[in-house]
Design a protein around this ligand. Structure first.
Ligand SMILES: O=c1[nH]cnc2c1ncn2[C@H]1C[C@H](O)[C@@H](CO)O1
Length: 420
């Protein structure tokens, strides 16, 4: 009941459907057991199902399964979906917050999705741990810093990381999320803390990061402040606005999202929108035509409207694809060999490969690439092409984008033609 109430505040009407505790009871376990060495010194056993059908399969994830060990660009990953389990445990201990498990293995089993569910049930998973991190300055800075270390280890040289400042705050946010007591950490200060953590990470690891601030479909009243924060912190690492959450809530019903995006256009703030993940192609159309999205988060269901798909292909629209996520959120067929990204690849579309929420999917970018190679026939050449498309579609200013492209071309051994 306690967890249910927290989820209720964090995800509005979504939690009415199911509580995090119910989810645990219903999950039924399963999924493959993957041993994945994240560092030279630390081997962590993670579970992440890699099967192509609904049947269980056990498959160890070994270092040799790193199929593209070259510099990568990641454009779609949620900071609050990429936290270390150990950090949640440490912060909970320091703050005297009790959790349903006190070991990494135990808490991991509670947080992760082992079988495909629905987007709605997936979103309830944030209710398992967000109350530990939200409202705590040290924790917020720490998760941003550790995120940089983790991504650098995966070979990511440029990342755009997104989050909702409101979901990490405990004052000047209405309602206060995760059943927290009112404190003194505002959404504005959350952005400052994340920027600090990311900057410290840039100093210490070979990776560059920019951030994207999320509006949430079920919280239209926060959207105007999100775009204001994007403007305020544009010179301090914030590059874009996003709209995340449950797509079945059509934003036409919420003019606040539209108004926030109109302000973003007027202010020169870049725009991406979660659309066509589980929602119909009309949500993608609205994202592009009404909200003026420059990139589409997921966008799988665009393929159901061939006219729209052809139009977006012609526009070179960028799709932020998240293979493992798309299976576990129930957005796509469990059979990876039928994944929409195969069609995108065949059509030479502009897309990136991303983790989305590696904590909840118990995954890593290596696992997404491995999945693409093993079940979807991706080649080294395609990995290089899609990373170059990703760099071209990132939200850095032109000069910095050029430098990133040069870095990739050099790492991939590609000779760049000089324009005379
Ligand atoms: O895959 C997703 N689809 C829609 N919303 C999502 C997804 N992953 C995370 N979110 C939500 C939950 C987070 O709390 C929020 C901001 O990062 O964005």
């Amino acid at each position: 009941m306690y967890i249910m109430r927290r989820a209720a505040v964090g995800w509005g009407r979504l939690s009415v459907v199911i509580s995090a505790r119910d989810l645990r009871a219903n999950d039924g376990g399963g999924g493959g057991e993957l041993s994945f060495s994240r560092t030279r010194t630390r081997t962590r056993t993670i579970t992440a199902p890699l099967h192509t059908s609904s049947a269980k399969m056990t498959e160890p994830f070994l270092p040799e399964h790193v199929v593209f060990n070259k510099p990568k660009v990641e454009l779609h990953v949620h900071l609050d979906g990429a936290i270390r389990v150990q950090t949640i445990l440490d912060v909970a201990k320091r703050r005297g917050i009790s959790l349903p498990a006190d070991t990494v293995e135990g808490l991991t089993q509670i947080i992760i999705l082992q079988q495909p569910v629905t987007l709605t049930k997936f979103l309830c998973k944030f209710g398992e741990y967000m109350h530990v991190i939200a409202g705590d300055r040290e924790a917020i800075k720490r998760i941003a810093y550790e995120f940089m270390e983790d991504k650098a280890r995966e070979g990511v040289v440029y990342v755009e990381v997104r989050y909702s400042p409101h979901l990490l705050a405990n004052t000047k946010v209405e309602p206060i999320p995760w059943d927290q007591k009112e404190g003194d950490l505002s959404p504005d200060e959350v952005v400052r803390l994340v920027n600090e953590g990311l900057n410290d990470g840039q100093r210490d690891f070979p990776i560059k990061a920019r951030s994207i601030l999320c509006c949430l479909r079920h919280m239209p009243s926060w959207s105007m402040e999100v775009v204001k924060l994007c403007k305020k912190y544009r010179d301090k690492g914030v590059v874009a606005i996003d709209l995340a959450g449950d797509e079945s809530l059509n934003c036409e019903a919420f003019p606040e999202h539209r108004m926030a995006y109109e302000k973003a256009v007027r202010s020169g703030i870049h725009r991406t929108v979660h659309a066509g993940e589980v929602g119909p192609p009309s949500v993608v159309k609205e994202a592009v035509e009404v909200l003026k999205a420059e990139r589409v988060g997921h966008g799988y269901r665009t393929l159901e409207d061939q006219d729209l798909y052809k139009k977006l292909l012609a526009q070179n629209m960028h799709f932020e694809i998240c293979p493992i996520s798309s299976r576990l959120t129930g957005a796509c067929d469990s059979d990876f060999t039928k994944h929409p990204v195969i069609r995108f690849r065949e059509d030479g579309a502009n897309y990136s490969l991303n983790t989305d929420d590696p904590l909840i999917f118990n995954s890593s970018l290596h696992l997404d690439y491995y999945t693409a190679q093993k079940y979807m026939g991706f080649t080294e050449e395609e990995f290089q092409r899609l990373n170059i498309s990703s760099a071209q579609s990132c939200f850095l200013p032109e000069e910095e984008k050029k430098a990133l492209l040069n870095q990739l071309h050099e790492a991939y051994g590609m000779v760049q033609s000089t324009a005379f």
